[in-house]
Design a protein. Structure first.
Lengths: 159, 502
C-alpha cells in the first residue's frame, strides 16, 4: 500500500497542477473585496497540495511494507490478468450501452447488455441468461414507461 | 404545531402515500437483507423512479426504505451470519447463535420489535428537537453556516475513516468536482471545457450512483458470483413473535439502544455500525450475565437493532434543520428533497412547515409499516436470498444507467455515472473512503456560497469566522474532530490500530 499511496500522492500533485493551471484561466473578480469565481478553486488546490504532501510524508515516516504484495508471485498475476480483462470488458459493455442505446433503442440494446453483463459476472447457463435478460428488459420497460411515465429511447434508425 | 401535524397526517395518510410507504418498506427489507446491497444502493436505485411522484409520496417511499433497510440487514445476519448491511454486523453475533439453536423466528421477531422501538424513540426526539434547533439555526449567518458545513465534513472524515488524510483528500476532491459548472454566486462558467452539458455542473445523483453502485458490480468480477444463498436456515423460521416475557427482558435494552442510536445519529458521520456496536457493548457491560452475549442472548439482538434504527431519526435532525446530512443515506434524502425543490435547512421549517410535519408523520408510518410488514412477510421475503446474485447485479447495472438517464433525459449523466463508478472502484481499492466525497458533492455549492458571502460581508476579512462566537465554536469543534484521533494514535498506538481495524 506504501507504493500505492506514493503513486496516489503524485497523481494528486499532477491533478492539482492541472486544476491550478485551469483556475489561473478563470475570470478575475470584478467587484472589490468580493471573492471571485477562482477563489474557491485556489483554496481547494492549496488543500489538495497540502494533503498530498502529508500523505507522501506519512509513507516515509513508517508506512506499511509492500512485502506481502511482493511475495504473492505468479499465482496471483494470472488472476489479476483475468480480472483486468473482465474489468475492461465490463466498462466497454456499459460504455457501449450508454453510447449506443439512443441509436439502437432500449428494447433492442438492453437484453444484449444484460446478457453480456451476466456472462461477464459468471452466469454459465445461457438460456437462463437470455430469459432473465428479456424478462428484466421488458419488466423495466413496463415500469418506466407505463408506471412512472419515463420515456425510454427508441431506435433512431426506425424513424 | 398541532395544525401542522394534522396537515401532515392528512397528506402522509392518503392512500397513495401509504402505498408508497409500504412499497418502500418492502424494497427496504429486500435491499437491506441482500449482502452487498446497501440501503444507499436501494435509495439510489429507487430515487429516479420518484421523480414523477409528488414530494410527499416520494419521501414516504424513501423513508419506508430507510427504516426497513436497517431492519432488513438483520435478516441475513440472523439467518446466515452474513450482515445485509454494515449496521447489522453486531446483530449476527447473537442472532445467528439463536438460529443454530432453532430460535431464528424469535431472533427475527426481537430484531423487528427492537427496530420499531429504536425508530419510534428517534422519531419522538426528531419531533421534539428539530423545530427548536431550526429556530436557533435561523439566526445563523453565512459565517456560521460555512463553518457548520466544514464541521460536518470534518466529522465524516474523522469518525468513519481509517485514514483521516485520505478522508480529507476524498472530501477535497469532491469539492473540486463540484466547482465545475456555474459558480453559485456570480454564475460564471468554470471548468466546462466548452460543453453545454457541463454548464449545469456535475449532478450529485450520477456521482452517487457511480460511487456506490458501480464498484459493487465491478468487484463481483473478481470471483464466481454466488448462485444463491444457502437455504438451510429457512426451514427453521417459526414463531416470529417473542413471548411477553422475552419482550420484558429486552425492554430496557431497547430503550438504552434507542437513546444511544439517536444520540450518535445526530453527529454527522457517526452512523449505524458505530451505534450498533456501541449499544451492543454497553448492553453487555451492564448485563447481569455478560457471558450469555455471543451465545444467543436476545439482548444481543435487541441492542444493536434498536440503535441502528435510532440512528435513522437522529440523522434526520441535522438533515432537516441544518441541511447537514448525518450519514450517506440522509445525504441522498437531501438530494431527493432538492429534486422536488425543497431545500433542507432552517428555512424549510419556516416556508414549508406543513411538509416538515408530513415528513414526521411519514416517518411514523414507515416505522409502523416496517413492524407490521416485517412480522407478516419475513418468511416470504427471505426467499429473495435464493435469487442468483448475477441477475441482481445485472439489474443494478441497468438501473444505474437508466436511473441517471431519467434525471434529465440525457445520457451525459449516465456517462458521468460511469466515470464516478471507475473512480469509486479505485478509491475503494486503495482505501480512499467515498463517503466524504459524497457529502462534499452535496454540500460543496452551499459551502462555497456561504464562504464567499461571508467574506463579502466582511470585505475580505477572514477573522469574521473567528470573531463570531458560534462560528468560532464550530471551528474549534472541527479542529477537535480532526486532531483528537491523530493525538490518540500518537499517545496510544495500540488503541489506534484497533480503531483502524474497525
Amino acid at each position: 500500500m506504501r507504493v500505492a499511496n506514493i503513486c496516489i500522492s503524485l497523481t494528486l500533485f499532477a491533478f492539482g497542477g492541472w486544476y491550478l493551471w485551469l483556475t489561473l484561466g478563470l475570470p478575475k473578480r470584478t467587484l472589490p473585496n468580493t471573492p471571485g469565481p477562482s477563489f474557491m478553486p485556489f483554496v481547494l488546490v492549496f488543500f489538495l497540495f497540502l494533503l498530498a504532501g502529508v500523505l507522501i510524508l506519512q509513507q516515509f515516516r513508517g508506512g506499511e511494507s509492500d512485502e506481502e504484495e511482493a511475495s504473492s508471485g505468479k499465482a496471483v498475476s494470472r488472476e489479476k490478468l483475468i480480472f483486468a480483462t473482465k474489468f475492461f470488458l465490463m466498462l466497454a459493455v456499459i460504455g457501449g450501452y450508454i453510447g449506443l442505446i439512443e441509436e439502437v433503442g432500449y428494447l433492442l440494446s438492453t437484453p444484449v447488455f444484460l446478457f453480456l453483463i451476466m456472462c461477464l459476472l459468471g452466469e454459465r447457463t445461457w438460456w437462463r441468461a437470455v430469459f432473465v435478460a428479456l424478462a428484466i428488459s421488458l419488466g423495466l420497460y413496463v415500469i418506466f414507461h407505463h408506471g412512472f411515465h419515463i420515456l425510454l429511447p427508441e431506435a433512431r434508425f426506425l424513424d | 404545531m398541532l395544525d401542522a401535524f394534522l396537515v401532515g397526517l392528512s397528506q402522509a395518510g392518503q392512500w397513495q402515500s401509504l402505498l408508497s410507504t409500504a412499497i418502500g418498506v418492502i424494497i427496504g427489507l429486500v435491499v437491506g437483507m441482500l449482502p452487498g446491497l446497501t440501503i444507499s444502493s436501494g435509495i439510489i436505485i429507487v430515487l429516479p423512479l420518484t421523480f414523477t411522484m409528488s414530494p410527499v409520496n416520494s419521501i414516504s417511499m424513501l423513508l419506508g426504505l430507510y427504516a426497513a433497510g436497517m431492519t432488513g440487514g438483520s435478516i441475513s445476519a440472523i439467518l446466515l451470519n452474513i450482515p445485509g448491511t454494515p449496521s447489522a454486523s453486531a446483530t449476527g453475533l447473537d442472532g445467528y447463535a439463536l438460529t443454530r439453536q432453532g430460535m431464528a423466528g424469535k431472533a427475527l421477531g426481537t430484531a423487528v420489535i427492537a427496530s420499531f422501538g429504536g425508530g419510534m424513540f428517534s422519531l419522538l426526539c426528531l419531533v421534539a428537537i428539530a423545530p427548536q434547533l431550526a429556530r436557533v439555526a435561523l439566526h445563523f449567518g453565512a459565517p456560521e453556516l460555512f463553518t457548520l458545513v466544514v464541521f460536518g465534513l470534518a466529522s465524516v472524515c474523522s469518525f468513519a475513516q481509517r485514514s483521516i488524510t485520505k478522508g480529507l483528500i476524498s472530501a477535497v476532491l469532491g469539492l473540486i468536482i463540484m466547482t465545475a459548472g456555474q459558480d453559485p454566486v456570480m454564475g460564471t462558467p468554470r471548468f466546462t471545457f466548452g460543453s453545454v452539458s457541463m454548464l449545469s455542473g456535475i449532478s450529485f445523483l450520477p456521482a452517487m450512483v457511480g460511487l456506490f453502485a458501480i464498484p459493487q458490480v465491478l468487484r463481483a468480477l473478481s470471483g464466481e458470483a454466488a448462485t444463491g444463498m444457502a437455504a438451510a436456515a429457512f426451514s427453521k423460521i417459526t414463531g416470529l413473535l417473542p413471548t411477553w416475557q422475552d419482550i420484558r427482558k429486552v425492554l430496557k435494552t431497547i430503550g438504552l439502544g434507542s437513546a444511544i442510536g439517536t444520540g450518535i445519529g445526530i453527529i454527522p458521520g457517526a452512523a449505524g455500525p458505530i451505534a450498533a456496536f456501541f449499544s451492543y457493548d454497553y448492553a453487555r457491560r451492564i448485563s447481569k450475565d455478560p457471558g450469555r452475549f455471543g451465545r444467543g442472548a436476545l439482548e444481543g439482538v435487541a441492542a444493536p437493532e434498536s440503535a441502528n434504527n435510532g440512528v435513522s431519526g437522529g440523522a434526520m435532525i441535522p438533515m432537516l434543520t441544518l441541511g447537514i446530512p448525518g450519514d450517506p443515506i440522509t445525504a441522498l434524502l437531501i438530494g431527493a428533497l432538492m429534486i422536488h425543490g425543497l431545500a433542507p435547512g432552517p428555512l424549510l421549517f419556516q416556508e414549508h412547515a406543513d411538509f416538515v410535519y408530513t415528513v414526521f408523520v411519514a416517518f411514523l408510518f414507515a416505522n409502523v409499516f416496517n413492524l407490521v410488514i416485517a412480522l407478516l412477510l419475513i418468511p416470504f421475503i427471505v426467499r429473495v436470498l435464493r435469487i442468483p446474485r448475477v441477475s441482481l447485479l445485472a439489474l443494478i447495472a441497468l438501473l444505474c444507467v437508466l436511473g441517471t438517464y431519467a434525471l434529465r433525459n440525457n445520457f451525459f449523466d449516465s456517462a458521468v455515472m460511469l466515470f464516478f463508478g471507475i473512480l469509486g472502484f479505485f478509491m475503494q481499492k486503495y482505501d480512499i473512503p467515498v463517503v466524504p466525497m459524497i457529502l462534499a458533492i452535496v454540500l460543496g455549492p452551499l459551502m462555497e456560497e456561504h464562504l464567499r458571502v461571508a467574506l463579502t460581508i466582511s470585505k475580505g476579512d477572514p477573522t469574521i469566522f473567528f470573531l463570531r462566537p458560534v462560528s468560532a465554536l464550530f471551528i474549534l469543534m472541527t479542529a477537535a474532530t480532526i486532531l483528537t484521533p491523530i493525538i490518540r494514535r500518537r499517545t496510544r498506538p495500540g488503541a489506534a490500530k484497533a480503531d483502524q481495524d474497525l
